[in-house]
Design a protein around this ligand. Structure first.
Ligand code: PLP
Length: 377
């Protein structure tokens, strides 16, 4: 099996597996007063410190959550709850992940929340002037993703923050950095954001753990109420093993992150695809995207069929974009926002991808497209 779907999820790294097995018997409640509980608590704080270091935050600005979806939901809910204004206005981009898009839609249909969805151009780029124009005195939150999961496009978050602050210094700015962490430098101080989301399973930690950066706790309204865990930011007994794993995953990125090797593999692969597969083109802002993602459209060929054949015949795991809409037969919302009417394929690689994996993928794609074109005749 060849796995080329790292944007959907990543395998546990060897170091992460080691941390999990080493701590399997450390079942004590981190809030307990005896020394075993205190030890677990200390380990959680060490993980917090690693995650904080990874994004240049302070330790007490990191809240562990259940996933990126929870982090995103909690930010939206907090900003809406914190605002005392009668009108509440939220701005997002047309290419946000469903964890933002659908959540904002929910508040729009169930509360008085007003939403502006800023469009993107054919390369999936946002227009900063358009964001600035959309900000008004009632804007409570602007949420723009750092890196898009389907195209790999990198968005200019610092410029978004500057534009928002100019028009409304009270509006919060959040970025969903789920696909950015480990692929580009993420520095919350340089970005100037109020909130930032990340997820464990995209960086070789397990599923079911995420984190939220909260710049200023005085304006954060918790999403989960109950016990006093996570300094009252998030109630519920901590997912200890996964939090320790996330800390290890953060340390791994800090210590050794082969982004240049990954980018070279991706670029060589893309160059060969474009050369050997007629009608293929790369979608997205090609000059401004992360080095692991390749969103490829093959003219006239349905991405779902390509992925299905790659899986069934060649045992290669590819995707059409977001894992969340991989069963739909229409182009994703992100693709439609870019004016793309056909379903592409997404190849997303990572630190365990070998040159040979991509060679086999290229051969499979050539074979599949020949077969599909022949059967269309
Ligand atoms: N945000 C982005 C940009 C994503 O790519 C994903 C997962 O694909 C999520 C949020 C949701 O992450 P999680 O599975 O941790 O909730």
């Amino acid at each position: 099996m060849i796995y080329l779907d790292y944007n959907a999820t990543t395998p546990l790294s060897e170091n992460v597996k080691q941390v999990i097995t080493d701590n399997l018997d450390l079942f004590y409640n981190p809030s307990s007063m005896y020394k075993e509980g205190k030890l677990v608590n200390e380990k959680i704080q060490a993980s917090r410190s690693a995650v904080a270091k990874l994004i240049n935050a302070e330790e007490d600005q990191i809240v562990f959550t259940g996933c990126a979806t929870e982090s995103n939901n909690s930010v939206i809910q907090s900003c809406l709850a914190y605002s005392s204004g009668k009108r509440k206005h939220v701005i997002i981009s047309a290419v946000e992940h469903p964890a933002i898009f659908e959540t904002v839609e929910y508040y729009k249909s169930h509360t008085e929340t007003e939403v502006t969805v800023v469009p993107v151009d054919e390369l999936g780029r946002i227009n900063i002037d358009e964001i600035e124009r959309s900000v008004c005195p009632d804007t409570v939150l602007v949420s723009i993703m750092f890196v898009n999961n389907e195209t790999g496009n990198i968005y200019p978050i610092k410029a978004v923050v500057d534009a928002v602050r100019k028009k409304n210094p009270n509006a919060f700015v959040h970025t969903d950095a789920t696909q950015a962490v480990g692929k580009v430098d993420v520095d919350v101080k340089a970005l100037g954001v109020d909130y930032l989301t990340l997820s464990g399973h995209k960086i070789h930690a397990p599923k079911g753990v995420g984190a939220l950066f909260v710049k200023d706790s005085s304006s954060y309204i918790p999403y989960m109420h109950g016990g006093h865990q996570e300094r009252n930011y998030r109630a519920g007994t901590e997912n200890t093993l996964s939090i320790l794993a996330l800390g290890q995953a953060a340390n791994d990125i800090i210590n050794d992150n082969p982004v240049d090797r990954i980018r070279k593999l991706r670029d060589d692969f893309e160059e060969k695809v474009l050369r050997h597969i007629k009608g293929s083109r790369v979608l997205g802002d090609v000059k401004n995207r992360v080095g692991n993602t390749s969103c490829i459209l093959i003219e006239g060929l349905n991405g779902i069929k390509i992925c299905t054949m790659a899986d069934e015949i060649d045992d290669i795991c590819l995707s059409t974009g977001s894992a969340c809409n991989s069963c739909e037969m229409v182009p994703s919302r992100v693709m439609r926002a870019m004016g793309i009417s056909q379903i592409p394929i997404r190849i997303s690689i990572g630190k365990y991808t070998k040159e040979d994996d991509l060679k086999k993928c290229l051969q499979a794609l050539i074979k599949i497209q020949n077969k599909m074109r022949r059967s269309a005749l």
